[in-house]
Every structure is written in C-alpha cells, then in structure tokens.
Design a protein around this ligand. Structure first.
Ligand code: KG4
Ligand code: ZN
Length: 359
C-alpha cells in the first residue's frame, strides 16, 4: 500500500522506517510507515469479542490481550515489510487505559533498547488528527479538526503540526459514548456505534423530535448527556406502549440525525468563526456515513477524512504521527503512559514537549 507524499510529508533526512504501536484501548494496532514510500504494512487485532459480554471495555482484559498479541503482530508487520528492524518506534503514550498503554510503551522501549533505535511517544488524538495524512490528498494546514471518538469530542484549530488550539470539547459524554449508550438502550450489542448506524439506515429520522444540545449557545462546546437521556425516555415510553419492536430503527435514525446535526452545526460555526476553509473529521465516529455525507454537503470548503479503517483505532496513524515527529525521537528508554493528556499542551516537533505526567 503506498501513500503519496503531499506538502506536509516532505523529508530532507534519509528515509526512515517507523514502526507504529497502538494499545490505548481495545485494539492492538501495528504498522510500518516509510518516510520514502508511505504506509508499508498495517495489521490490527480487535478485542471486541472479548469485551462484548461485559457490555464495555474491561481494562485488565485489554492489557492482557495486548500482551498476548503485540509481539506476534510486530513480527508480522516486519515480515510483510521485508525488514528485520525499523529505524524508529512510535507508540501511543496517552490518553487511554494506563495498563494498556504500559504494554505498548514497555514493548516500544524494550525493542528500542534491543535494536538500538529511538522511540517516539505519540498522543493518541494527534494520531487520529493526522490519519488523513495517510491518504493520497492530505490536507494542508491550517484546518479545523473535528475529533470524534469513544472518549473525545473536540473541535481544534490546527495551525500546524503540534500547534493546536482546542476550541470546544464535550462537557459530559463523548459523542461515541452517546452512540454506544443509546445502542445499549436499544438492546444492540457492544460497541453500539456501528450497530446503531446500521439500524438507523432502515428508520425514519423524523419519527422522534430529539434535542440538538448546545447548538444555540455561544462557544463551541458540546453536550450529549441530554440527548442520551431523551433516547432513554423515548425507549421507556415505547416499551410501556408495547411499540418498542416497531420503533427501534426510527429511534436509532432520529438519534443519529440529532447527533450528526449537532456535530456538523458546531463544526460549521467554528470554521466560520476561525475563517478555516478545510475541515478534517477523524476518530471512530468519523466512520459514520451520515456524518461524512452531511459535512461534505453543508460545508462550502474542503472536507478530509481518513479511510474508514483508519477512523477507528489503528497502528498506521501512530506510525505516520511518529514519522512526522521524528525530531522528538529519543533513546532515553522512558515509558510514558498518561490516562489524561490534553492535546493543546503539545508543541511542534523538536520543541521540548511539556511533561504532563502530573496532569
Ligand atoms: O476512535 P475509536 O476507535 O476509539 C477511541 O479512541 O475511543 O472510537 C470508537 C467509537 C465508539 O464509540 C464507536 O461506537 C464509535 O467510535 N463508532 C461509530 C461508528 N463506528 C465507530 N459511531 C457511529 N457510527 C459509526 N459508523
Ligand atoms: Zn481512538
């Protein structure tokens, strides 16, 4: 698989093969990105089946499964790429589940010592934000990023690599969480987002009038707990009325429409206010087809997405972020694992990255 090197991916240094390791939550992702030829190999192991019976991610199970899968996946990537070792190793250092992050960080630093190659700690959300750089037409800076995942909902003015101004964030639930919780209320499995989106395709999005929270308030923050509560009340009423079986798809479609209207409405307000002509949508909820379509239809600038497989967690986005952050590579053999880590504390590559360990 190749990737054309757009204006953001121009390297003066000798070609480097960067191994990317993602273990922040319930996917073990490993990839190899070459600064010369783009994405060379990419493998993913999903733990969804392991967590499904618990209705959510169980941190201890996640860590153990990363331990079980990571080394074989790294071997597979190196074999696919036809190399014995990379020139640098990038790993997700946060935000995420600390035990799961420790597995990736420990492995990256251990292999870095063994192979005598430098290691780059990567911010998971910066990985999501840079995932469109793996596509043939990467966005140029500046752009507005709408980062929508299971743990985050953020609008960011991206003025350059590492130059981030967080304009808005969620005051309560992340939008992916709202998808997952609404799916659970509708009796769909875990993770609910994709299942709810699939069910919504067969429903009437005008059947229920659900709130579009915050759209009329100043600023660019989000709130999704009210929408989730509204879904809960509609489900409860339909259950009492005995109409739940015939209204599940309509509730799913009405919820999806309300969530997408909120995301797109807020993003358009932010792009206008910041005078940004490009929007990047990334993170797991960026795989939502209605969101992708609505943003393109309603924004009069350019819209960029990662391919579907790189919206949800993956190693390729960590590898490309590492390649862009080679100036931060070090042989210090220090494992970084931060559950919480604010994106706007990052600096451009090469500048000293602030120590957020106590955040
Ligand atoms: O980025 P991601 O893989 O993991 C985190 O960093 O959180 O995002 C996972 C989230 C989950 O909440 C999942 O339900 C949601 O993304 N998701 C979707 C879709 N695909 C994944 N939500 C709505 N529509 C989808 N098609
Ligand atoms: Zn993610």
């Amino acid at each position: 698989m190749g990737c054309s090197c757009g204006p953001l991916l121009r390297y003066d240094a000798p070609p480097m093969n960067v191994l990317g390791i993602e273990t922040s939550c319930d996917e073990t992702g490993v990839a190899l990105y070459s600064t010369e030829s783009g994405l060379v190999a990419d493998v993913l192991h999903s733990q969804v089946d392991l967590h499904a019976m618990y209705g959510g991610v169980v941190p201890e199970i996640a860590s153990r499964d990363h331990i079980r899968c990571l080394l074989p996946l790294i071997g597979q990537v190196l074999q696919q790429a036809g190399i014995e070792r990379p020139d640098a190793i990038a790993y997700t250092a946060g935000p995420g589940l600390v035990g799961a992050l420790m597995v990736g960080g420990g492995m990256a630093n251990g292999l870095g010592l063994a192979w005598d190659c430098p290691v780059i700690p990567v911010h998971h959300m910066e990985g999501h934000l840079l995932a469109p750089m793996l596509e043939d037409d990467p966005p140029e800076y500046p752009f507005l990023a709408l980062l929508v995942s299971g743990g985050h909902t953020m609008l960011i003015a991206v003025r350059g690599l590492g130059d981030y101004d967080v304009l808005g964030t969620t005051l309560d639930d992340a939008v992916g969480e709202a998808f997952d919780k609404s799916a659970k209320l509708l009796g769909l499995g875990y993770p609910g987002g994709p299942a709810l989106a699939a069910l919504a395709e067969t429903g009437d999005e005008n059947a229920f009038d659900l709130p579009r929270p915050m759209l009329n308030r100043p600023g660019f923050d989000f709130s999704f707990s009210g929408l989730k509560t509204a879904v809960m009340l509609v489900v409860r009423k339909a259950t009492e009325d005995g109409t739940i079986d015939s209204s599940r798809a309509d509730i799913a479609a009405s919820f999806q429409r309300a969530a997408v209207d909120t995301l797109v409405g807020r993003a358009l307000q932010a792009a206008k206010s910041e005078d940004l002509k490009r929007i990047v949508v990334a993170g797991g909820v960026g795989a939502n087809r209605l969101l992708r379509k609505e943003m393109v239809d309603r924004f009069d600038g350019e819209v960029f997405y990662p391919r579907m497989a790189f919206c949800t967690d993956n190693g390729a986005m960590i590898a490309v972020a590492g390649a862009l952050r080679l100036a931060d590579a070090s042989n210090a053999a220090e494992i970084r694992a931060q559950a919480r880590w604010s994106l706007d504390t990052l600096s451009p590559p090469g500048a000293a990255q602030p120590d957020n360990h106590k955040e």
